[in-house]
Design a protein around this ligand. Structure first.
Ligand code: SF4
Length: 74
């Protein structure tokens, strides 16, 4: 069974270009300030979420194991 993933976005550096949402369409969404926030991390595979995090131009995305708290990215 796939492990549960948790994501967080650093709003001090997110520039709101929505690249993460283009890749992981379910895990992220834009808030009213046009910054990415966690939506449904169970809605995309870990592989897709990692790809989204790796493609954030400002490295604003942190990916964690939701159960253990282990940091998976960066
Ligand atoms: S890809 Fe990075 S900078 Fe762009 S919206 Fe997502 S978190 Fe923000």
């Amino acid at each position: 069974m796939a492990r549960k993933i948790q994501v967080s976005v650093d709003h001090d550096i997110c520039v709101g270009n929505a690249m993460c949402i283009t890749i992981a369409t379910n895990a992220f969404k834009l808030n009213d300030e046009r910054q990415a926030v966690s939506a449904d991390p169970d809605g995309d595979t870990e592989e897709i979420i990692m790809e989204a995090a790796e493609n954030c131009p400002v490295a604003a995305i942190k990916v964690m194991d939701a159960d253990t708290g282990e940091q998976l990215f960066p």
